[in-house]
Design a protein around this ligand. Structure first.
Ligand SMILES: Cc1cc2nc3c(=O)[nH]c(=O)nc-3n(C[C@H](O)[C@H](O)[C@H](O)COP(=O)(O)OP(=O)(O)OC[C@H]3O[C@@H](n4cnc5c(N)ncnc54)[C@H](O)[C@@H]3O)c2cc1C
Length: 308
């Protein structure tokens, strides 16, 4: 069976994947994009910090982006890319969850990350509404309100010192973890309360947030909680192609986003879990230009061989 052939297959249709597809579509490349439809910021009602689109619903940005890429002839497949095989010499074959197979000369992976939330009641329900990770995304919306930090995780003290920029009413809850004396001094010096105790639940009452429940049963009443959960990169496809990953599971890349697998690039949160929407889209735009330049080199090489 002859497969539909594309210059580039993009896996992941969030801000990064769509931005790469837009740049390549406008470069007159044939592009297919696969998307499982679970962007990281989906739980949030609003997207902030994207110049000219501040406060837009995350789903609306993607809907507009999908329309734009399709207008340049990009094929959108609303399914997971379940498997990838091949290499840069023979071409790559991508198989979608619905069985569709396509062939592509180059791959861009923009599959994002999965936030690993604490396994306590209320965490999943509160995520993106009352349990927040990024002050640049949501800090302004909860400014001057009583807030807490979910302590005990790597970077939690630094996060507390940062969030203090948005409110003076801040409590660092240790979650039963030891707090270094130096860190305690810094928190207290900035007027941040320190509350000892293990966190057993985040308490929601309908659409309202009550606060943090501690192991003794007491509830620390705050309007929102900031946390730095670990982020797991979705690198299954890179690993299946034999790409090298670092200890945290992120792909080894060069400054252009190229992985250790010739013909495969990565972008967006898959490269940098701290990238905001505008940063992820911007990085993907640069990666797309690299991929296009690589295809231009390939086209020249093929043309020269044809002359011999
Ligand atoms: C709760 C929350 C709120 C946020 N709020 C903001 C904000 O206000 N402003 C801001 O700038 N940033 C915000 N962010 C950060 C923002 O989510 C990221 O910057 C952005 O999502 C990164 O885009 P991306 O395209 O790299 O990844 P994603 O948006 O996560 O997109 C990845 C896409 O790939 C798909 N996918 C994964 N695997 C496959 C596969 N095998 N096949 C096909 N598709 C696949 C996923 O389903 C998803 O649609 C927030 C993050 C969170 C967690």
């Amino acid at each position: 069976m002859t497969l539909d052939q594309f210059d580039v297959a993009v896996v992941g249709g969030g801000a990064a994947g769509l931005s790469a597809a837009l740049t390549l579509g406008r470069s007159r490349r044939s592009v297919v994009i696969f998307d499982a439809g679970e962007p990281r910021n989906a739980p949030a009602a609003e997207m902030h910090g994207f110049l000219s689109r501040d406060g837009l619903a995350p789903s609306e940005l993607l809907q507009v982006g999908r329309g734009e890429v399709i207008s340049y002839g990009v094929r959108f497949i609303g399914h997971t890319a379940a498997a990838v095989r091949g290499d840069v010499d023979t071409g790559f074959v991508v198989t979608a969850g619905n069985g569709t197979e396509i062939a592509a000369r180059r791959l861009i992976l923009a599959t994002g990350v999965e936030d690993r939330l604490p396994a306590i009641p209320g965490a999943r329900e509160a995520w993106g509404r009352f349990l927040l990770h990024c002050p640049y995304c949501h800090g302004y919306e909860v400014r001057d309100r009583p807030l807490a930090i979910f302590g005990g995780l790597p970077g939690a003290v630094g996060q507390a010192l940062l969030i203090r920029q948005w409110t003076t009413d801040l409590t660092y809850v240790t979650n039963g973890m030891a707090l270094a004396e130096e860190d305690r001094h810094k928190l207290l010096a900035r007027g941040i309360d320190v509350r000892e105790g293990a966190i057993t639940a985040l308490v929601l009452d309908g659409g309202r947030f009550d606060g943090i429940r501690l192991d003794g049963g007491h509830t620390v009443r705050v309007d929102a909680v900031f946390i730095r959960p670990p982020a797991r990169p979705r690198t299954e496809l890179i690993a299946s192609l034999g790409g090298t990953l670092d200890a945290s599971g992120f792909a080894h890349i060069d400054p252009s986003g190229r992985t250790s697998i010739p013909g495969v690039w990565v972008t967006g949160n898959l490269v940098d879990p701290r990238a905001q929407v505008i940063t992820a889209a911007g990085h993907a735009n640069a990666v797309a230009m690299e991929v296009n330049a690589n295809l231009v080199d390939d086209d020249v090489h093929t043309a020269l061989l044809a002359l011999d």
